[in-house]
Structure formats: structure tokens, C-alpha cells
Design a protein around this ligand. Structure first.
Ligand code: F6R
Length: 242
């Protein structure tokens, strides 16, 4: 894994956006994997700025999001569909038909997951996947005790994740308990991975992800086996690394 320690969250966001933007400049029809959560918001802001300066176009870009809450439809303000429009898609020239986010209200979830995998394959696979990381080491919504061989599937959210995400839902009771998520295998099939972490509450998880053994208990540890991972941290998240 290549580890970059940025001065602060702004520099972390700039670095991540620059990597994504260069990828798109070199391959205008890039297939990009996207994450939600607080961490990539600065990266999306920076990407929008680069787009507004006329330095990149998303006209041919195809995107696949990592996950969506089960039971939330596109118009729900807590859905990841809503999040992505708000922070990125509404501000760039990506084509609606090139945007893919699991459908949280699909009638047949198994079929939805199978089709999602099919669409990724049809697009030629993910060129570059952006990831955040949960305090419990989840990537996407692949929670501890994950099956490394899993593709896109319905997951039970971990208590720690439900707690962490209750900040967006007012009350813990309103947080969905299930989500559709790309599996570890889906993520590992991406050609390149960028993982972002900000803040000291992620420091121990980051240390373990890089230095401890590979275990389903810490899903992100599997990234040690991927040949092209760049981890971008701020000072807080990097504080336990020598
Ligand atoms: C989001 C996702 C999650 C988040 C993780 C960190 O699509 O898949 O794995 O990346 O929960 O969230 P933040 O950035 O809010 O700390």
C-alpha cells in the first residue's frame, strides 16, 4: 500500500481529487467507483472546482457507488442517491444514464445485486475506486466477519455503523438496519483503489489495516492483498504510523 499523509483535510481532499481528475484526463471514459459519508465530501467539492475551471469533463465517465441503504428511495434526503446528487452529480456533466447506485427499494434484492455486478462487468470493471473506512474497519458496508468472496449483496449493518450514522438521521431508531453493498470481491476487482481517512478516531483502524494480520474481523485489511492501493490520510488518521 502506498500511504500519503496530508497536512490536513483540505490537502487530503485535493490529493484525492487530483488523482481522480488525472485518471479522467488520461481516460475520459473512466469507470469510477464512488463512496459517500463525510470523508469524501471535500474531494467531491474539489472535483467540482476542477470541473468548473474546465480542466476535466465527466461526459464519458461511468460511475458506480459502493452502497445504498435498504428501504430508502432516491428522493429520501438520507439516501446515498440524494447525497451524490447534492455533493457531485448536480454540479458536473456526468450523464444520468452513466450513474449507478444500488436501488434501495428494489422488489427483488437478489436480482438487483446480480444486475449491479453485471453492469460493472459490462462497463469493463471499475478503473478507480474511492473508499472511506468505518471505525470498525468496514469498507463499503462490508462489516466485520465479512466473507471476502462476497459480491454485491444485502448486508446487516453493524451496531457501530448504526451508531456512527445516527448523526444523519436524528435518532438511532431511524437509521436503516440493512443496506445493499458491493462485496469485498467487487471492491478487490477494481484496478486501482484510493482509501481516505480523516481524524484521530480512525487512527487505530488505519494502523491495523496496514500493519496487522489480514482478517475478516477487519474487512479493510484485505486491501493488503491488492496491488494498487493508495491510502490518503490527514495527521489525525496517521498519528499511530511511526
Ligand atoms: C460509504 C461507505 C462507508 C463509509 C464509512 C466512513 O459509501 O461505504 O464505508 O466510507 O462508513 O464514513 P465517514 O466518511 O462518514 O467516516
Amino acid at each position: 500500500m502506498k500511504v500519503i499523509v496530508a497536512r490536513d483535510y483540505n490537502e487530503l481532499s485535493e490529493k484525492a481529487a487530483n488523482i481522480l481528475a488525472s485518471h479522467i484526463v488520461l481516460k475520459p471514459n473512466s469507470v469510477i467507483g464512488l463512496a459517500t459519508g463525510s470523508t469524501p465530501i471535500g474531494t467531491y467539492k474539489e472535483l467540482v472546482r476542477i470541473y468548473e475551471e474546465g480542466r476535466i469533463s465527466f461526459k464519458e465517465v461511468v460511475s458506480f457507488n459502493l452502497d445504498e441503504y435498504y428501504g430508502l428511495d432516491k428522493s429520501n434526503k438520507q439516501s446515498y442517491y440524494y447525497f451524490m446528487n447534492k455533493h457531485l452529480f448536480n454540479h458536473i456533466n456526468i450523464k444520468e444514464e452513466n450513474i449507478h447506485i444500488p436501488n434501495g427499494i428494489a422488489k427483488d434484492i437478489e436480482l438487483e445485486c446480480k444486475n449491479y455486478e453485471g453492469k460493472i462487468k459490462q462497463a469493463g470493471g471499475i478503473d478507480i475506486q474511492l473508499l472511506g473506512i468505518g471505525r470498525n474497519g468496514h469498507i463499503g458496508f462490508n462489516e466485520p466477519d465479512v466473507k471476502f468472496e462476497a459480491l454485491t449483496h444485502l448486508v446487516n449493518l453493524d451496531e457501530d455503523t448504526i451508531n456512527a450514522n445516527s448523526r444523519f438521521f436524528g435518532s438511532i431508531d431511524n437509521v436503516p438496519k440493512l443496506a445493499i453493498s458491493m462485496g469485498i470481491k467487487t471492491i478487490m476487482q477494481s484496478k486501482k483503489i484510493i482509501l481516505l481517512a480523516s481524524g484521530s478516531e480512525k487512527a487505530k483502524t488505519i494502523y491495523n489495516m496496514i500493519h496487522e494480520k489480514i482478517t475478516p474481523e477487519l474487512p479493510a485489511s484485505v486491501l493488503q492483498l491488492h496491488q494498487d492501493v493508495t491510502v490518503i490520510l490527514d495527521q489525525g488518521a496517521a498519528q499511530l504510523l511511526n
